[in-house]
Design a protein. Structure first.
Length: 78
């Protein structure tokens, strides 16, 4: 099971990652990684980056009928 220090170290090495990537790399459940990232964010150690994909045809994912399903959520050190 991964620790918050391992999550922080992985973000330091990779620059930015999605929670699912962290989960796979650290062999830990997604729910655990999400909880650790939320705690690290509350502590001011990491920041969440929401990004529209390059393939977005309209450039307006906020009003997309898919309900922001195409938005990617990245995490990076502060």
């Amino acid at each position: 099971m991964a620790s918050m220090i391992e999550v922080r170290d992985m973000l330091a090495l990779q620059g930015r990652m999605e929670a699912s990537q962290l989960s796979a790399q650290l062999h830990s459940p997604q729910a655990l990684i999400d909880a650790m990232l939320s705690r690290l964010e509350a502590m001011g150690k990491v920041v969440k980056i929401n990004e529209e994909p390059d393939g977005c045809l309209t450039g307006s994912c906020k009003s997309c009928p898919e309900g922001k399903a195409c938005l990617r959520e990245w995490w990076a050190l502060r």
